[in-house]
Ligand binder design. Sequence first.
Ligand SMILES: Cc1cc2nc3c(=O)[nH]c(=O)nc-3n(C[C@H](O)[C@H](O)[C@H](O)COP(=O)(O)OP(=O)(O)OC[C@H]3O[C@@H](n4cnc5c(N)ncnc54)[C@H](O)[C@@H]3O)c2cc1C
Length: 323
Amino acid sequence: MRVAIIGAGLAGLTVARQLQSAGVAIQVFDKGRGVGGRTSTRRSDSWVFDHGAQYFTVRDPAFRAFLNSELPADCFAPWAARFARLEGNRITTEHPSTPRLVGVPGMNSICQALALQLPVQTGVQITRLNATATGWTLEDTLEHSYGPFEWVVCSTPPAQGAHLLSGHGPLASRLANVDMLPCLSLMIAPSENVELPADGIQCDHPVLGWAARNHSKPGRPPATALVIQSNHAWAQAHQEDPASSVCQAIREAAEQAFDIDLATPSHESLHRWLYAAPAQPLKDLALLDQTTRLAACGDWCAAGKLEGAFQSGLACAEQILGR
Ligand SMILES: Cc1cc2nc3c(=O)[nH]c(=O)nc-3n(C[C@H](O)[C@H](O)[C@H](O)COP(=O)(O)OP(=O)(O)OC[C@H]3O[C@@H](n4cnc5c(N)ncnc54)[C@H](O)[C@@H]3O)c2cc1C
């Protein structure tokens, strides 16, 4: 059996690792320059910014077992941070009951390590699936063809998966009905020595959703690197605004909320996440059509977090293997 997996985020790489260890021939494709999807890290001069997922938690014993067996021990570590919550003008300290872990030296380290022993082609955007007499073939933006494959797994965000699966059975309409919420992520290195009131701050605020001292995570360089993210509602209202005005609005909101000065930063950049988190995950762990031999998985099936992406990828692989 040959299986194509579109998407090298945690869900797709989980499918790939599980199938490969069961002896299945797999091929993974991702349109990004590297693997990891929303667990991404941007490096710029002396700064490192995790501008997608900030940390992860492990509650499911299967996720813990997977991390321990599939990853080198130094690839992730607890983030021994000071956490807080901003509500109105009040900042209160938080003591999370579950340890918060991060990839080391960046959030993308986890997917990079998972991809090491896998056949992954990055920089390949799949645009079309074709049903042929010998199985599925895949086409990319340059009209290169790949395959045939017995199964195709779409581990992309649902809108992209719905597009690829359209015209090939009932899955596309299930994916098209999943709403994903956006997020605008500001990466900023202040010119002055600026301190946030905590290392990671969950914000209940008209503009902000989260603020972090990224340099407080283990294995990062010491230069102050702040990641300040909008909340989903604000991102929905402002996702088309020019980058300069989005940066300014998030920067000013943070200055006012945390009583800090972020004027004339040494570095400032913005990432727009159109599909940051599912509004309402399906709770169907993975979608499979045994007739067409097409499947879809991702955090939007289980829960909008790394653990959800893993659970969905695991369920998808188990079902393909008929377990
Ligand atoms: C701003 C932000 C903050 C977050 N914070 C946290 C957090 O603190 N904790 C937590 O646990 N989770 C967090 N998350 C969520 C977490 O990042 C996701 O749940 C998880 O990474 C999703 O993994 P996935 O494999 O399902 O999807 P993705 O990581 O999105 O992977 C999908 C992959 O498919 C590829 N792709 C798409 N279309 C194509 C195509 N046509 N051809 C080829 N490749 C394609 C993409 O390039 C991508 O790499 C956050 C996410 C964001 C955006």
